[in-house]
Ligand binder design. Structure first.
Ligand SMILES: Nc1ncnc2c1ncn2[C@@H]1O[C@H](COP(=O)(O)OP(=O)(O)OP(=O)(O)O)[C@@H](O)[C@H]1O
Ligand SMILES: [Mg+2]
Length: 204
């Protein structure tokens, strides 16, 4: 049984997950919490190898189901090796991306079965769900302008519109877990919104 606090940051490429995760980690550290900052894909040594496979431009032809299984394999190792042990020690875990990313990108974005993705990920994570998910939301044009291009980022803008809509659907279906936060504006402004959301939810 975990006693820690599991917080995930979600949202499309370049929306500000890494930036806001870092600021959230600083916030909890200042509060005296023991915090683990981690991310997917690639939060373990094995995961780094999987991440390289996923992002390699030479692997453009990955079958969608292969992609789902690779992300799930990365996640399984990450939960077993990093997230679950930290939670068992009562730590705060701040994780960039988790199951919602698979559902939004491969489910809503690529049109694969959301139920299948959910089932695969339930197996991979032993059913571990975040206590709180901050879904950073911005226009794809805004978010993508903040980052350069790798394999995923070269996909069409309409794809990102679907992924964004996917994240918003997930949030609407899980109001007790997910808070949508606008990622438009200055980093400091977004950070204030994130902090307010986290503090407000934890006080409930
Ligand atoms: N509110 C903001 N306004 C402008 N630029 C920002 C803002 N937040 C972050 N950035 C910058 O945009 C870029 C992308 O931010 P960040 O790496 O945090 O996004 P990300 O969601 O983690 O992206 P990825 O999906 O690629 O991991 C970085 O260069 C970061 O410094
Ligand atoms: Mg990032």
């Amino acid at each position: 049984m975990e006693e820690g606090l599991f917080i995930t940051l979600e949202g499309i490429d370049g929306v500000g997950k890494s930036t806001q995760a870092q600021l959230l980690v600083e916030y909890f550290t200042e509060k005296g919490c023991d915090v683990v900052h981690t991310f997917e894909p690639g939060g373990t040594k094995l995961g780094q190898s999987i991440r390289r496979m996923l992002l390699d431009p030479e692997n453009q032809q990955l079958a969608p189901v292969t992609e789902i299984l690779l992300y799930a394999a990365d996640r399984a190792q990450h939960v077993a090796e990093v997230i679950q042990p930290a939670l068992a020690q009562g730590k705060v875990v701040v994780c960039e991306r988790y199951i919602d990313s698979s559902v939004a990108y491969q489910g809503y974005g690529l049109g694969l079965s959301v139920d299948m993705i959910a089932a695969v990920n339930k197996l991979a994570t032993d059913g571990l769900e975040p206590n709180l998910t901050i879904c950073l939301d911005a226009e794809p044009e805004t978010a993508l302008a903040r980052v350069g291009g790798d394999r995923i980022e070269k996909r069409a803008l309409s794809y990102y519109e679907r992924v964004r809509a996917g994240f918003l659907s997930i949030a609407a279906q899980n109001p007790q877990r997910v808070i949508v936060v606008s990622a438009e504006g200055l980093e400091t402004e977004v950070a204030q919104r994130v902090q307010r959301s986290v503090v407000g939810r934890l006080a409930q």
